[in-house]
Design a protein around this ligand. Structure first.
Ligand SMILES: Cc1ncc(COP(=O)(O)O)c(C=O)c1O
Length: 396
């Protein structure tokens, strides 16, 4: 028996013991997952909860087909706020501060413009230098439209960079390449101490770690629902506007769905009271209701348990790398300042990921050389973690 086979055997025993003791193990059965593949892309497209297909069939047959136009009054029109209130506990927000609408990109635009408008007399916007591209593109356009300067600043330097010139700071909670978790309390405090507003992108943290928007007194946030919330491909995003900012939330896509009295068909725009003014046009009901169904899997889930498992999966990933691929370059922090993704640098890049896919290990690749492995605590197993690292080892 070679040394690496012996190591794999003891890791296999450990994986089996960890899976047997997993308090969330029962959750995996709620998802439509093919056990022949090991799925590590829940940080890009979450897996479908099994009951979503049936629910969507009911929506199409009974709500769209049976009730026709009446469904708008039977719950469709208010669904963005109702479903926002279902997401609220997952982001540490009291009710009435989250609404589901549009895409993350569109919501970033609405929110960043509103944040800048709420903070007049300042002439710059800061954006996290490692941001997901769409945030940077949107911030650039917002700066052009509002006449602000835009500066890209590494998150570690934001506290020193923010000043009395800064209107708003756009920052990602978890870095999409490295998986690094940025410290929401200290960054928010530093931004606000300079009189600026903090806008957080939660795409890689919602549904992965407990997010504490109210506790951190965050001003604004946006996030997507198709990753760890499993809402389905292209499911609508959400916007959080702290209660204290809602009356002044002056967003640029002032459409009829955010109007105070949409069906009065008034000529002039009057923003709705509360979070509904972050809406723009007619909500995409099929995606919205698929998300609504998908959120059922969170019933009874303790976010502290979810976080503990996500970290334990990551720790086990590191242990497997240490034993099977010592020396692998890993940009993800080993300490727990990370979300639920492990990134491994690999010179083969996309080709290595393609080879992993052929062997049933589904992660993804981000340039220049990063293989990403998302760990979704509701369904990822320790056995799959070992399979990913063993398969990668076999390719080297
Ligand atoms: C951090 C972050 N922001 C935004 C987006 C994408 O925005 P949208 O949902 O509009 O495509 C992603 C997509 O992966 C992301 O990771």
């Amino acid at each position: 028996m070679t040394e690496s086979v012996a190591r794999s055997r003891s890791l296999a025993d450990e994986a089996a013991a960890l899976d047997a003791a997993d308090p969330l193990a029962g959750k995996r059965a709620e998802f439509d997952l093919d056990d022949a593949v090991a799925y590590f892309d829940g940080n890009s497209l979450g897996a479908p909860p099994k009951h979503v297909a049936q629910r969507l069939t009911e929506v199409v047959r009974e709500q769209w087909g049976g009730r026709l136009i009446r469904s708008w009054n039977d719950g469709w029109w208010d669904a963005p706020q109702r479903i926002g209130d279902r997401i609220a506990p997952l982001v540490g927000a009291a009710a009435g501060q989250v609404v589901v609408a549009d895409s993350t990109t569109v919501d970033l635009f609405k929110t960043l413009v509103a944040a800048v408008r709420a903070n007049p007399g300042r002439d710059e916007i800061l954006v996290d230098a490692g941001t997901f591209p769409t945030d940077g593109y949107v911030a650039d356009q917002v700066a052009r439209l509002t006449g602000h300067a835009l500066r890209r600043v590494p998150v570690a330097e934001l506290a020193d960079a923010v000043s009395e010139r800064t209107a708003a700071v756009l920052v990602n909670h978890v870095d999409y390449v490295s998986g690094r978790l940025h410290d929401m309390p200290s960054v928010t405090d530093a931004v606000q101490a300079a009189g600026a507003f903090a806008v957080w992108d939660l795409c890689h943290s919602v549904g992965a770690i407990p997010v504490r928007l109210d506790e951190c007194a965050v001003d604004f946030a946006v996030g997507c629902t198709y990753k760890f919330l499993n809402g389905g491909p292209g499911s609508p995003a959400f916007v959080y506007v702290a209660q204290r900012h809602q009356a002044e939330f002056d967003q640029p896509l002032a459409g009829w769905a955010g109007h105070a009295d949409p069906f009065a068909m008034e000529d002039g725009y009057r923003g709705s009271a509360g979070i509904a003014r972050a809406r723009a046009g007619t909500p995409d009901m099929l995606s919205m209701l698929a998300l609504d169904a998908a959120l059922d899997v969170w019933d009874g889930v303790d976010l502290a348990v979810l976080r503990a498992k996500g970290l334990a999966l990551g720790d086990f990933f590191f242990q497997c790398l240490d034993e099977l691929l010592p020396g692998a370059e890993v940009p993800t922090p080993r300490d727990h300042a990370r979300g639920h993704q492990i990134s491994v640098c690999d010179p083969g890049g996309q080709q290595t990921m393609d080879a992993l896919h052929r062997q049933g290990v589904l992660g993804d690749f981000r340039p220049p050389d990063v293989l990403r492995f998302g760990l979704a605590p509701l369904y990822t197993t320790y056995g799959e973690v070992l399979r990913a690292v063993t398969t990668l080892h076999g390719l080297r």
